[in-house]
Design a protein around this ligand. Sequence first.
Ligand code: HEC
Ligand code: HEC
Ligand code: HEC
Ligand code: HEC
Length: 443
Amino acid sequence: MKNRMLAKTCLPPMPAILLFLMWLAMPALAMEPEGPHLGVASCAGSTCHGATSPVAGVNVQLNEYVTWVRQDRHAKAYEALLSEQSKRIAHNLGIGEAHTAKICLDCHADNPAAAMRGPILQISEGIGCEGCHGGAQNWLSSHTAGPPRADNVARGMTATEDPVARATLCLSCHFGNQDKFVTHRMMGAGHPRMSFELNTFTQLQPAHFVVDEDYQKRKGVIPDAKLWAIGQAVTAHEHMTVLADSKRNRDGLFPEFVLFDCHSCHTPMSSKNWMPRNNGVRIPGMPHVNDSSLVMLQVLTNVLDPALGKAIAAKTQALHGEGSKGMAQLSTAAGDLRELTARMVTKFAGSPFDGKVIKAMIRGLVQAGLDGAYSDYSNAEQAAMAIDTLVAAMRTEKTASEKELQNLARALDAVFAATAKDEAYQPARFNAALTGVRAALGG
Ligand code: HEC
Ligand code: HEC
Ligand code: HEC
Ligand code: HEC
C-alpha cells in the first residue's frame, strides 16, 4: 500500500453549500462546460509553466511542467499502456491494443472526444495539465492576466483547490465514474487492484504548487484531516451510487465484483481466516461489499456527530444484512447510504478538526479495529492511511509534543508493516500495531 510519513498541509476552505450544490449537479465540475483541450505544449512554454526552476516574484512556480514530466506518474500513464502487463490485459480482454483502446486511454491519458481536441494535443503525453485542470481553450489567454480564480473556473478550469471538486476529479480515475470504470473483468485480465485516499494521494503526487502565504491568501487552507474526511464522504458517495444502480452494479449473472471486498473471494481455502465482526454483519461464505470508506465515516461521525454515526452504522449493517438478500434490497440499502454520505460532505466542511477531535478520531480508528472492523485488508489499508494523515495533522498543527510524535512515528511503522502486502495481511497483527498507536497517543 501507499504511505507517506511526513506531511505538509493545506488546502483551502470552500463555501460549502455552493460547492455541495455544484457537486450534486455532477458530472459538470465547472459552471460552464470546459473548452477544448490544447495539449501540454500549450502550457509548457518557457515563459509560461515551462521554466527550469521556480521563478521568483510570481504567484505560482512556473516550473510545473518540469516537475510533472520528471516526477509525476501521470506523465507516464500512457507509457504504462505500452507495457507487457498492459499487452496482457488488452489481449485477455480482446480489445486490440491497450494504447489505442478508449477504455484504457480514458484514464491513462487526457482523452477528450474528437471535437474537444486542439490541433497539437498529443494523447501520448499521458495525463497532462488539462487532464486535471480542465480544457484550456476558454481560459488560456485570459488566465495569465491574473483574473479572479472564479472567472477561470467559470470558463471551465477545474476548481482543484476545492476538496469536493478535487475528490471528484481524482476519483474519476482512481475509482471510476459514470463514463469510465475499472471493472472486475479488467482486474481479472490483470489490472492492478486500486486504492485511494485523497489526502495521502495529494501528498504522494509530486507537488508542483507551494502552499505559501500568497497561496493561502488566494486559495485558503484546508487541513489534512478535513481533506481526508471529505475524501471519504465523496468516495463512499461514489461507491454507493454505483452499488445502487442496477445497470452499473451488474455483470451478467453477477453483481459487479469490484464493489465487493476483493479478499472476501480471493483467499486460499486453507487460510481459515473468517471471523465475525462485533459491530457489524458478516455471513460466512458470502462475499461482502467493500465498506472501508463507510467504516471510516463511522469513526469520523462518532466524533463529530454521534447521531449521524449511529445512523451510518445501522445503514451499513443493513447493507450487509438486508443487502445480501437480493439486488433490490442491496440497491435500497446503498441508496440510503448515498443520501447520508451526501449530508456528510457539508457536515465535514463546517466541522472543526482541532487537536482534541483528531486524537478522538485516532482512538476511534484503533477501537474500530479492536471491534473487528478491519478483518478486511482494504479496511486496514484505509485505517493506516487515516492514522498517518491524522498524525501528520498533529505534527503540522503542533498539537502533540516532539516525544509523542516520535512514539507515534514508531507505532506507525508497525501499522505500515502489517499492511505492506495485501495477501499476507493478518488482522491480529494489525490490531497489535493499533494497540501500539493507542499507547503512543498518551493521555
Ligand atoms: C477508471 C480508470 C482506469 C481505467 C478504465 C484503466 N485504468 Fe489502468 N490504472 C488506473 C489507475 C488509477 C492506476 C494506478 C493505480 C495505483 O497505483 O494506485 C492504474 C494502473 C494501471 C497499470 C499499472 C501501472 C504501473 O505503472 O504500474 C496498468 C498496467 C494499467 N493500469 C493498465 C490499464 C489498461 C491496459 C487499461 C485498459 C484495459 C486500464 N489500465 C484501464 C486507472 C484506470
Ligand atoms: C493529477 C492532476 C494534476 C495534473 C496532471 C496537473 N495538476 Fe496542476 N494542480 C493539481 C492540484 C490538485 C493542484 C493544487 C490545487 C490548486 O491549487 O488548485 C494544482 C495546482 C496547480 C497550480 C496552481 C498553483 C498556485 O499556486 O495556485 C498550477 C499553476 C498548476 N497546477 C499547473 C499545472 C501544469 C502547468 C500542469 C501540467 C504540466 C499541471 N498543473 C498538471 C493537479 C494537477
Ligand atoms: C485522468 C485520470 C486520472 C486523474 C484525473 C488522476 N489520476 Fe492519479 N493516476 C492515474 C493513473 C492512470 C495513474 C497510474 C500511472 C502509472 O503508474 O503509470 C495514477 C497515479 C497516481 C499516483 C501515483 C500512485 C503510485 O502508485 O505511486 C498518485 C499519487 C496519484 N495518481 C494521485 C492523484 C491525485 C491526487 C489526483 C487528483 C488531484 C489524481 N491522481 C487524478 C490517473 C488519474
Ligand atoms: C465475488 C467474488 C469476487 C470478488 C469480490 C472479487 N473477485 Fe476477483 N475473481 C473472482 C473470480 C470468480 C475470478 C475468476 C477466477 C478464474 O478465472 O479462475 C476472479 C479473478 C480475478 C483475477 C485473476 C486471477 C488469475 O488467476 O488470473 C484477479 C487479478 C482478480 N480477480 C482481482 C480482484 C480484485 C482486485 C478484486 C477487488 C477489487 C476482486 N478480484 C474481487 C471472484 C471475485
